[in-house]
Design a protein around this ligand. Structure first.
Ligand code: INI
Length: 162
């Protein structure tokens, strides 16, 4: 048996007009998170997704992303959720805790609700690294993760129902 003979599920970057995306974005380090949000919105627009398919919810910090992501995922109104934040080691002594809980929380939202919850929470050692990932040298994490959200929305539609 070869790979070409078996049934394969793979999402593509085509978004159905019924797909709905929510972005939960943290205000903490907003000069970075606004750039990440812009990247995500740019990715949606470039993939033919209209404004009425996208909802944005602001939260105080990355710590608060999972609870809001869970509410939105549980509403049944969204195809995929993205958490956007910036945790910078230089500015906190509980860096690992905040970044780790945001990531774990998003993973838990996804597995408990069945709605993909994607992680665009930067965890960097310093501000420079965050800037690099928010639209400069290393691209834009918001853009990348929004593309992954579109792929996941497409894939989930192909998979057998739960
Ligand atoms: N929140 C962030 O999103 N990024 C950080 O770097 C950060 N720091 O530095 O502490 C941060 N803290 C706030 C946290 O997310 C909560 O909003 C706060 O603890 C209240 O629950």
């Amino acid at each position: 048996m070869s790979r070409t003979e078996v049934k394969i599920f793979e999402g593509n970057l085509t978004a159905n007009s019924t797909a709905r995306f929510a972005v939960v974005v943290s205000r903490f380090n907003h000069f970075i998170t606004e750039r990440l949000l812009d990247g995500a919105l740019d990715a949606f627009r470039r993939h033919g997704i209209s404004e009425d398919q996208v909802t944005v919810a602001w939260v105080p910090g990355a710590w608060e992303i999972p609870v809001v992501a869970k509410r939105l995922a549980g509403s049944g109104q969204f195809t995929a959720i993205i958490g956007v934040g910036a945790v910078i080691r230089g500015s906190t002594d509980h860096y690992e805790h905040v970044a780790g809980e945001a990531a774990k929380g998003l993973a838990q939202v996804a597995t408990s609700t069945g709605v993909p919850a994607l992680n665009a929470v930067l965890a960097t050692d310093n501000l420079e690294q965050a800037i690099e990932r928010a639209g400069s040298k290393q691209g834009n994490k918001g853009f990348e993760v929004a593309c992954a959200a579109i792929e996941m929305a497409n894939l989930m539609e192909q998979l057998p129902p739960a």
